[in-house]
Every structure is written in C-alpha cells, then in structure tokens.
Design a protein around this ligand. Structure first.
Ligand code: S3P
Length: 444
C-alpha cells in the first residue's frame, strides 16, 4: 500500500445542508474476529455484512495462508475452519498491512500453533509496539523474535503443549485481551485475563457464540475473563452490524453543518463502544437512537441526527476505552463547539496508526484552532467557526484523514489532506458516501 501514490483531497463547507439516509460498512473489530474464529471452528461459518476494507482483507488472506478456506458468496463470506490447533504453517510471510488488530490477534493464535511463522506490516504498523502482546504470550511457551523495540517483522515459534496464561492487563486494550484469549483456545486449562477497565467485549461474545466456555465477572472497576481451553469451536453464522467508529464521521459532519438532518441505519451499539454518543449528547447534540434491536448478539439501532450548536465538554479518562478510536473526530466537534474542551487520559492514542494525540492536535492547529497537550490530556479552544485553510498530514492514518475531511465541512476556508488512500483500510466508499449526503470533497 505504501508504494501507491498519495491521494490529496480538499474539503470545504457545503452550500446546502447534509441530508439523507445511509448505512456505514460493517464493524472492523467484529469482522476480524468473525474470520479468525471461523477459521478456528469446525464447519462452515457464514458472515453477513463483513467489512471489505483493506485491514479485514489482510486478515482473510492470513487465515487463508494458514489453511482456512475463505470465499465470497454473493454479499456474504464463507469460512471453512480447521478446528482449534488445526491451522497449517504458512508458506510465506504474513503481511498484516496497516492493521494492528489483525497483527496482535493473530500473534495470539500463532502462539499456540506448533510451527513457525513471520509477520510484518506497512511502515505505520512496523512502528507500533508488539511487546504488549509478546510479553504475556511468552508465558504460553511460544518464542518470539522481534525487530528492535519489539516491532514487526516478528518471528513466532508457537508452543507445542501450550500453557494457559494468567495476566492482568497493564493498559486497557481489547487487542491484548483478545490475543491472550485466542492463545488460550489451544492451551489446556483455564486462561485468565483481568482488565483494569472494561474494553470492547466482541471476542468474549463471539467465543460464546461459537460454543466456547467464557466466564466474565466484575473485578473492581474492570473485569475478569476466564476461558476454558481446547473447546470444540463450532461454526456459527455472524451478522456484522455497522461500525459505530465509522458512523462517527457522517454523524459529526451532520452535527456541524447548519440545517443538516441524517439517519444512519443499523449501527452497532455495544455499550463498550458508545462513549462518543454519550459525549456528543453532553455537548448538546440532537441525537436519537430509534428501532433499537439485538442482531446476532449485538445491540443495533438507527441513529437520527440534526445539526446542533455544540458546547465544550470535559471527558473523563475512564471513558477512553469506550471511544478510543473516536477522539480525532470528537476533537473536530470540540474545535467547532463553544468553550474550552478537555479530553483526558489519551496516552493510548500515541500508539495507534499514528501518534494520534500529536497528529490530532496538529490537524486542529492547521485549521487555526488553539490546542494544548498537557500530559496525556488534549485541550481544545473551540469556536463556532474555525478559520481552516490548512494542510493536514495524515501519517498513514485513516481516521485522521476522515476527521480532517469532516473538519473542512465546518471551517471558513477549506481543509486539505495530503493522502486519502488509507481511508480504505476501514471505510471503503467514505468519500462517495459523504458526497451523496451533500459534502463538498474534491481533488485540490
Ligand atoms: C480494537 C481495539 C482497540 C481499537 C482498534 C480495534 C479491537 O485497540 O483502537 O481499532 O478490535 O480489539 P486497543 O486494544 O489497542 O485499544
């Protein structure tokens, strides 16, 4: 991907309100997991609504390289699994592209398969820390050889008779939790993960859906998760809801552009993912969930949103896990809100697809907004219409690119981005969908 030419774009305030009814692509977290669990199950899993973004396609390619049969059937995807411990050695390096979730979860699977494999990724992923999964996964008996600083490329020699892991997460990370649970599938005995703050529980939900025994109990402010090893995972159909992290972009655009009125149908509303919606409501957003339903074990609803004059907000650090991917676009909303906002406890943003704390601050500054970083907090001095007019460096980060294009819908002067190509990792069709709503996005 990094060899492709950059695709610059410009976004400017549209002359008419944004309006329409849309659906966003499938949830990225659930899509990765559906392919991985399907590949480890016995039988055929049908996935409806899989996100066909670059990140998820990397997971599909990796699971194929490890022996699963994965095909597209109309709009659905079919996965014929190999059973727990049944994956086979890959013939080549596994390239996880831009996807931290794919790399970290797969490290868990490979830790307890008795063969050796090599994993790499693009320039962004090769900068991201893998020590957070390598350290706990070593306790299974697997041997890891990473590049300096625990970065990819990474060689994994999986354990023969894997031991179950007991681990308390030092950071709130659903990826680390999931990597350990995936390793635990092929270890005898009980794998135990304690998380200090609850993080997205798609792995726990889907493991149960595929027939594994997972027990979740409260542990202080967080949770203790116990998985019984070597279950027979049985293929199970998965319906993927719309990704709330993707819905965030048209949603904030609808709030910012005067007179706008949008409906976003079929959005996943897992309570561990909805921090942004709560926060926007605190900012005064006209935001309503209608037709709330349970679909494939996950909460789903239709989001109705209308333009609202927003006010500043103070977001507590404890809310971060429930909206970790939404801070760049929340920061855009804060830049266009009356008053000074404080977003607290954002250390984890430093190790995303880019250093998202620094890059988000730089994006707002490029649009003439006063921003400070104090420790791990982001302080944003909002105004009803920031100046805009700047160029945003997106650092191979899809969410920065989309946030900057949303920002440009509200600023006085257009905002430009250096490269839109990474948007396809999570939200293929984003620009076309935004244009359909009336957004003004063009090649500069
Ligand atoms: C994800 C977990 C989060 C999130 C990422 C997807 C997952 O990462 O940022 O986009 O699917 O488990 P962390 O676990 O590093 O917080």
């Amino acid at each position: 991907m990094e060899t492709q030419p950059a695709r610059p774009l410009a976004a400017r305030r549209p002359s008419t309100p944004l309006a329409g009814e849309i659906a966003v692509p499938g949830d990225k977290s659930i899509s990765h997991r559906a392919l991985m669990f399907g590949a480890l199950a016995v039988g055929q899993t049908r996935i409806t609504g899989l996100l066909e973004g670059e990140d998820v396609l990397r997971t599909a390619a990796a699971m194929r390289a490890l022996g699963a049969e994965i095909t597209r059937d109309g709009g659905d995807w079919l996965v014929s699994g190999r059973g727990i411990g049944g994956l086979t050695p890959p013939e080549d390096v596994l390239d996880m592209g831009n996807s931290g979730t794919a790399a970290r979860l797969l490290a868990g699977i490979l830790a307890t398969h008795d063969f050796s494999s090599v994993m790499t990724g693009d320039a962004s992923l090769r900068k991201r820390p893998m020590g957070r999964v390598i350290e706990p996964l070593k306790a299974s008996g697997a041997v890891f050889t990473a590049r300096e600083g625990n970065r990819l490329p990474l060689t994994i020699q999986g354990a023969r008779d894997a031991l179950p892991i007991t681990y308390r997460l030092p950071v709130a990370s659903a990826q680390v939790k999931s990597a350990i649970l995936l390793a635990g599938l092929n270890a005898r005995g009980i794998t135990e993960v304690e998380e200090p703050e609850p993080t997205r529980d798609h792995s726990e939900n889907m493991l149960t859906h595929f027939g594994a025994q997972v027990k979740v109990t409260q542990a202080g402010r967080g949770r203790m998760i116990r998985l019984t090893g070597q279950p027979e995972l049985r293929a199970a159909d998965v319906v993927v809801p719309g990704d709330p992290s993707s819905a965030a972009f048209p949603l904030v655009a609808g709030l910012l552009v005067a007179g706008s009125k949008l409906v976003i149908n079929g959005v996943g509303l897992n309570p561990l993912r909805t921090g942004l919606f709560d926060t926007l409501r605190e900012m005064g957003a006209e935001l309503e969930i209608r037709d709330f339903r349970i679909q494939g074990g996950e909460n789903v609803g239709d989001i109705h949103v209308e333009h609202t004059a927003l006010v500043a907000v103070d977001v507590p650090a404890g809310r971060a896990p429930s909206m970790i991917d939404e801070y760049p676009v929340l920061a855009v909303a804060c830049a266009c809100a009356r008053g000074v906002s404080r977003l607290r406890g954002l250390s984890e943003l430093r190790v995303k697809e880019s250093d998202r704390l620094a890059a988000t601050a730089a994006m707002l500054r490029a649009g003439g907004v006063r921003v400070e970083i104090e420790g791990d907090d982001l302080i944003i001095h909002g105004s009803t219409q920031p100046a805009g007019g700047g160029l945003v460096e997106t650092h191979m980060d899809h969410r920065l690119a989309m946030s900057a294009l949303v920002f440009g819908q509200a600023t006085r002067e257009p905002m430009r981005i250096d490269d839109a190509s990474f948007i396809d990792t999570s939200f293929p069709g984003f620009v076309a969908l935004m244009r359909r709503l009336g957004a003004d996005i063009s090649v500069p």
